[in-house]
Design a protein around this ligand. Structure first.
Ligand code: MN
Length: 509
């Protein structure tokens, strides 16, 4: 049997640090459930001391996950951070505290202003303190990729001596070349006393497009845990993509002496879910989960694939859930057929919510005859997005054309139940709709990006709009909306972004 590699997902912590990708507690719980379905070993759920919202999310996820995975909370090497992490993890059956400190010259000198000895002392104290609160403590040596290897060994030794159960050797800035990084991991594996009983973890960033290669180099050199995110979300250029590392290990398990327990047919759904929830699109040519990952367009390639898929395809689409059976539902499909298909897609509802989903399904089926899986996912995820809505768009009426003045009449309900009907004129239908919405919410924001795309097939497809708005403090929020009418999608997306902005402001308070 090959070595089991633990998949440590940090979509909810490092991933959430991508600009515009903040998620509220409910959204994080939805992602956590999908991570459990996928068989992830460790879920890093957040940074409890950073905000009340993050604290709540960690605690809620602890409850939801049960013993299906380890739930991990981030902290700096500070007592109050560690105590807050332990407190938030009280609900978890298998809690882990992640704590650590910068170990590169840049971090120690410019950020921490501490000497090498002081850093070692702080690292050991943090691990020992965390170990008094939970049994499972992971130590991260921040920016290990740019550290002096001999010093790194001293810090890791101190962490292991203080009781760390996992040590993470991150390339925080994505600076290393894969073989250099592998050598660093090997150095730790070969030279730290007592490392046999400790898991070595890798955490890499994609600043040079090498995040997956770095993680693989770590696995080759003794790491048995990989930290990664769905779609490679994360600070700056992102982290190692979960789907990439999992499939690379799956295809090269023998050479790497490695396997994971990930249920790979969940990969595509997880990718779409995270993309919709965060409002962060996946590039079409993204490995494994991009829209074009299994598309062949040149004649030579198509000819080959028709003769034998293996000529140009190293992964079968079904292996990553990219090509489920194309069951098409219509307005004639009854409750049972819809419920069955939704279950196959991984969604279940109580009777009352199912009835609402069914109503929306009928509306769509009436408008476009054939209802695909993408339509169903868009219905479900639209609901999930709206659960915590602060403002809800109930109706939108637009008048436009040549020579009309574009005019929008919007009906919006606020969370207190107050219903407003407002109208505005604009330079176009979307502008008019946004001006009407602004009259109700009364918050200034700056629209930075606006994109429309068809998420289902055909001329009657559901159009999805993604917007990015900047709040007055410069923070970015994404919003998404889907409807057959793209002006309605645009308005829904805008309301969604505003809801996120207000939620984020509240959870920081
Ligand atoms: Mn990171």
């Amino acid at each position: 049997m090959t070595r089991k590699i633990d998949i440590f997902d940090t979509t909810l912590r490092d991933g959430e640090q991508s600009p515009g990708c903040s998620m509220n507690t409910q959204e994080k719980v939805i992602v956590a459930r999908e991570l459990v379905r996928m068989g992830v070993d460790v879920i890093e759920a957040g940074f409890p001391v950073s905000s009340p919202g993050d604290f709540r999310s960690v605690s809620e996820i602890g409850t939801v996950v049960g013993d299906a995975a380890i739930v991990c909370a981030f902290s700096r090497a500070l007592e109050r951070d560690i105590e807050s992490a332990a407190e938030a993890l009280k609900t978890a059956s298998r809690p882990r505290i992640l704590t650590g400190i910068g170990v590169s010259p840049m971090h120690m000198r410019d950020k921490l202003r501490l000497s090498e000895d002081e850093v070692i002392e702080r690292a050991a104290a943090a691990v020992a303190h965390a170990r008094r609160l939970v049994d499972d403590v992971e130590f991260y040596a921040e920016d290990a990729g740019r550290s002096d290897p001999q010093f790194l060994l001293r810090v890791v030794q101190a962490a292991v001596d203080a009781g760390a159960t996992v040590v993470d050797i991150p390339d925080t800035t994505g600076f290393c070349l894969p073989d250099e990084y592998g050598a660093l991991v090997r150095l730790v594996a070969d030279n730290v006393r007592g490392i046999e009983g400790v898991t070595i973890s890798v955490h890499a960033h994609n600043d040079l497009g090498l995040a997956t290669a770095l993680a693989l180099a770590g696995v080759r050199n003794g790491a048995t845990q990989v930290e990664c995110t769905i779609n490679g979300l994360g600070e700056r250029a992102g982290n190692t993509a979960l789907e990439e590392i999992v499939m690379a290990i799956r295809l090269h398990g023998e050479e790497l002496d490695a396997h994971t327990d990930i249920v790979t047919p969940e990969l595509t759904r997880a990718s779409r879910l995270v993309s919709r929830i965060t409002g962060m699109d996946v590039q079409a040519n993204k490995a494994i989960v991009g829209a074009n990952a299994f598309a062949h367009s040149s004649g030579i390639h198509q000819d080959g694939v028709l003769k034998a898929r293996s000529t140009y395809e190293i992964i079968e689409p079904a292996e990553v859930g990219a090509s489920g059976p194309d069951i098409i539902l219509s307005a004639r499909s009854g409750h049972a057929a819809l419920r069955h298909r939704l279950q196959e897609l991984g969604y279940s509802f109580d009777d009352a919510s199912f009835e609402e989903v069914y109503e929306r399904f009928l509306e769509i089926a009436d408008q476009k005859r054939e209802v695909y899986d993408e339509d169903l996912e868009s219905i479900v995820q639209e609901r999930q997005r709206d659960i915590t809505a602060i403002y809800t768009l109930n109706a939108l009426q637009i008048q436009c054309g040549d020579p009309l003045v574009p005019t929008a009449v919007a009906t919006i309900t606020s969370e207190s139940g107050e219903r407003s009907v407002v109208s505005a004129i604009g330079t176009g239908p979307v502008d008019a709709a946004y001006k009407a919405i602004n009259k109700v919410v009364g918050i200034e924001s700056d629209l930075q990006e606006f994109a429309v795309k068809a998420i289902t097939r055909g001329i009657d497809a559901i159009g999805e709009v993604t917007v990015r708005i900047a709040a007055q403090d410069g923070r970015i929020y994404n919003g998404r909306g889907a409807d057959n009418d793209i002006v309605v999608s645009s308005a829904k997306a805008y309301v969604n972004a505003i809801n996120r902005m207000i939620q984020a402001t509240r959870s920081r308070a």
